[in-house]
Write a protein of this length. Sequence first.
Length: 195
Amino acid sequence: MSDGSWTRRRCSLLGLSAIAGALAAGLVEIARGAGAAGGAAAAAGSRRSLELKNLNTGEVLKVTFERESGPDPQTLAKLQHLMRDYRVNEEHAIDPALYGLLVDLAEATGHEARYELISGYRSPRTNEKLHSEGHAVAEHSQHMEGHAMDVRLIGCELTVLRDAALKAARGGVGYYPGSNFVHIDTGRVRTWNGR
């Protein structure tokens, strides 16, 4: 074998080594990129979105929060304001578990978590007034504790939402087909039909 042939062969091998090294480095970068994308997807999967439209005031609020920790204090304050007793403009702390439950029910039914809110917090005086006027409100309503809401899930049949809530078994479920809403609360598990 001549010296020239050896030199060409050695250069070719060195060139191939360099190309292989560059390809390997590229694959490492691609793998890192895929890992970052997977991490971003996982992070996005841990975030939950919820939209509530208060039908009594016309206010719409869309919030995003962590799946595990739930809404932060600032988000809870915004939600609490939206859920206020609009009749007397009174707010009350709302059980954060309600918001997670709403998102879970939307996911279970295959819908975005976009709800129309008929009733959230109800002050004791409002509850007493409605009760005395003959409205179908419980005397010791979970609404007064900030543990309940009456809602519709946009695009979802009322019976489908009711069935998902019953299956979740995370509190009370009232079905009101005549008034077109489902009552959901985080009290003890129970169910009833209203009008």
